[in-house]
Design a protein around this ligand. Sequence first.
Ligand SMILES: [Fe+2]
Ligand SMILES: [Fe+2]
Length: 174
Amino acid sequence: MLSKTIESALNKQIRIEAESSQIYLAMAVWAEVKGLEGVANFMYDQSDEERDHMLKLVKFVNERGGHAHISDLSAPNVTFNSFQEMFEKLLEHETFVSASINELVHITLQEKDYATHNFLQWYVSEQIEEEAMARTILDKINMIGDDKGGLYLFDRDIQQLTVVSSAAINPAAE
Ligand SMILES: [Fe+2]
Ligand SMILES: [Fe+2]
């Protein structure tokens, strides 16, 4: 059985994961409209993954005798000045999510809820991967700068990145 403190902390994270999904969906749409199909597909995949993160939390809360709260969401940014800015926002957001997961883990220790603590370890590892990926992408984008040819190649290469990352993150698909 979840304590009220843990239940409300998990519900807060449910909202953050749902908002993450919307943020990346808006980025996917923006990239698609700008003609970068590889980047768009990468962002659509990220959006789906965030929805999975949210659902995993929803099911956990309900299974442990709580009630998952499906709330309203803040509207995401829908336009960006550049791809560089968009990927900066991606890294910024993942860093924010990592901090939120860390805080959640901290609360489970305070509350001596070791089952939830154990459950959250998956999210801790996931955030390490997602931050690393966002940093790798941003480094590449910073190298490319305004070079159109570079961006064209990057759009093609990011599709490979998507394949590698989803295989690594989702071992069930093997
Ligand atoms: Fe997430
Ligand atoms: Fe994420």
